[in-house]
Design a protein around this ligand. Structure first.
Ligand SMILES: *[C@@H]1O[C@H](CO)[C@@H](O)[C@H](O)[C@H]1NC(C)=O
Ligand SMILES: [Zn+2]
Length: 267
């Protein structure tokens, strides 16, 4: 019986792979110190992030939602990619195979590490979308607009400061419409074009690495079985023990900042 943590066997497959797809989740960001804002403990002020990350919340109080996203942008700007991000970016930079990252993370740390070919399933903290003309733009300004300067601290403000008027929130440079964070909120669908691009990569890859999440948990659960069914090897790198699943070839347990660079070392 083959062991799921057989690194020499993985290396053989990896060396020959010509098209590697990396599926990454919250775990790789957590190792860079980025809080998930999801699940238990995922609170900002007195809100669950689930209650702020909706279009309804933005409609009701765009200032509040922008303060939350401003806070998250500023937080991420103080963080750095970790060795797992770097080794994925270095693999792409070698240029001897195709490497595509499909990530659920919105923090842009793969790109900060140098990855170019990144599909962001949930959008990005550093992109905006105009509510009027639909234009998507990258924006890494800190703060994104002067009115948000000094706002967004996670402590409850008592009394809460005045809402920032809509005309002082981020506005479109083309049509001056109100901008929203270009992220997928609760109750919203993933972008069809983004999903199609991800699907194509998964159909063509000859190796799939699942980093910082499990193949049985979203988002990889959506994609990894499709790869495994074609007989293509899937390797997981995460903190949790192996799920009772035999359809995935490899599982390397531990911090992905340690396991991924070791696995992707080519000599
Ligand atoms: C970011 O967005 C703000 C608000 O729309 C704008 O004033 C600023 O120029 C933008 N920065 C960049 C680098 O595009
Ligand atoms: Zn616009």
């Amino acid at each position: 019986m083959s062991r799921q943590d057989d690194m020499p066997a993985f290396k053989e497959i990896f060396k020959a792979a010509k098209h590697v797809v990396v599926l990454s989740g919250a775990g790789i960001s957590a190792e860079s110190g980025i809080p998930t804002f999801r699940g238990s403990g995922g609170f900002w002020r007195s809100y669950k992030s689930q209650d702020l990350a909706t279009f309804g919340a933005f409609r009701r109080d765009p200032s509040l939602v922008w303060e939350f996203y401003h806070y998250r942008r500023e937080l991420v700007l103080t963080k750095k990619p970790n060795p797992a991000h770097h080794s994925v970016a270095e693999l792409e930079a070698r240029g001897d195979r195709k490497v595509t990252v499909i990530t659920q993370n919105i923090d842009g740390l793969h790109q900060s590490a140098g990855s170019k070919n990144v599909i962001e399933l949930h959008g990005s903290l550093f992109k905006t979308r105009c509510l009027s003309c639909g234009q998507v733009q990258e924006n890494r300004s800190s703060p994104i607009c002067p009115a948000l300067h000094g706002r967004g601290a996670p402590e409850l403000e008592t009394p809460r400061r005045d809402c920032i008027p809509e005309d002082k929130l981020p506005r479109c440079s083309d049509c001056s419409g109100l901008l929203r964070p270009h992220v997928v909120w609760f109750g919203e669908n993933l972008d069809k074009q983004v999903l199609d691009r991800a699907g194509e990569e998964l159909e063509q890859c000859d190796l799939c690495l699942v980093i910082g999440t499990s193949s049985v948990v979203y988002p990889a659960a959506m994609f990894a079985p499709q790869v495994a069914e074609r007989g293509v090897p899937v390797a997981e790198f995460n903190m949790e023990p192996t799920p009772a699943s035999h359809q995935f070839t490899f599982h390397f347990e531990g911090p992905c900042g340690t396991t991924v660079p070791e696995a992707l070392k080519l000599d």
